[in-house]
Design a protein around this ligand. Structure first.
Ligand code: ATP
Length: 272
């Protein structure tokens, strides 16, 4: 269904994503892991056409999507909804309107600007909120909700687009563990119940292991691991995060050697 072929994105001399290729069959839940700067966000943003690729092709259901322009590009963007770490809601707007903004690419700008929605659209937004367990929040301003609730609103907005693929860029990085679990459970439900592909950049290994069918590890713009969660051994994780052999997932920062401290501290956080 999805084939990524030799995709590269350069910023000046630096390749943020460096000639990556992989395929995904069917509605899998795929996690992308890697240290900060590995190229995870750049890849998701290229898929969604928020960032242009320097070279390469991405085929989805036989259609090349990196070359799409104008209306076709916007249509693709609504078929592959994006969820961000910082939710990207309109804070002062009520929850239901935020969800309805998922239709942005599918209707005239003026209607969106003046918040004019059909009864059918409003009903659908409320049904989605109900499905995600936050229907009672519909009239509240988005900014009044907890982080976990806001991320569920962002997922509801994504579902409003009825996307084939959901791209989630560090969807739980700003959440406490309990809210993180609710959000990941929600994404998993959507993946399993609706058959929508989910590709999520994740910052903790245990989340990748728990929720993903497949994990892709990136380092310096390249894919250095592509396998199932049970193939993701501590040694493989060390390679991905650039930590040395003294490293293990249960280690604490005090157990780490002090040279290259920032890198190790980062790797430790990832491995925790
Ligand atoms: N717009 C840009 N201009 C210049 N360099 C960029 C730009 N966007 C990303 N980069 C660089 O590309 C590399 C990959 O960044 P990217 O954000 O994709 O990594 P990441 O794995 O998502 O990291 P993080 O987890 O911190 O978001 C980094 O070196 C980053 O500085």
């Amino acid at each position: 269904m999805l084939t990524v072929s030799h995709v590269t994105r350069r910023f000046g001399q630096k390749a943020a994503v460096d000639d990556i290729s992989f395929s995904i069959e069917g509605p899998a839940f795929v996690g992308i892991i890697g240290r900060s700067g590995a190229g995870k966000s750049t890849f998701l943003r290229m898929m969604n056409r928020l960032t242009e690729a320097t070279s390469g092709e991405i085929h989805v259901a036989g259609r090349e999507i990196l070359g799409l322009q104008g209306a076709a590009r916007r249509q693709w963007q609504s078929q592959c909804a994006m969820i961000f770490q910082q939710f990207n809601l309109v804070p002062r707007l009520d929850v239901a309107s935020n969800v309805l903004h998922g239709l942005l690419n599918r209707r005239p700008t003026l209607s969106t600007l003046f918040n004019i929605w059909s009864d059918a659209d409003i009903l659908r937004a409320l049904e989605i909120l109900d499905r995600l367990g936050i229907a009672e929040q519909a009239p509240k301003r988005a900014e009044a909700l907890s982080g976990g609730q806001q991320q569920r609103v962002a997922i509801a907005r994504a579902l409003m687009q009825d996307p084939q693929i959901i791209l989630a860029d560090e969807p739980i990085a700003s959440l406490d563990p309990m809210n993180a679990q609710v959000v990941m459970d929600t994404l998993k439900r959507i993946n399993v119940e609706d058959g929508r592909m989910v590709i999520a950049n994740l910052h903790t290994l245990d989340t990748a292991r728990r929720y993903c069918d497949r994990v892709i590890g990136m380092r310096d713009g390249r894919i250095v691991f592509d396998g199932t969660p049970d193939q993701l051994s501590a040694g493989v994780a060390r390679d991905i995060y650039g930590a040395d052999a003294s490293f293990n997932e249960a280690s604490t920062s005090t157990a780490l050697p002090s040279d290259h401290a920032p890198d190790r501290a980062y790797a430790e956080r990832m491995l925790a």
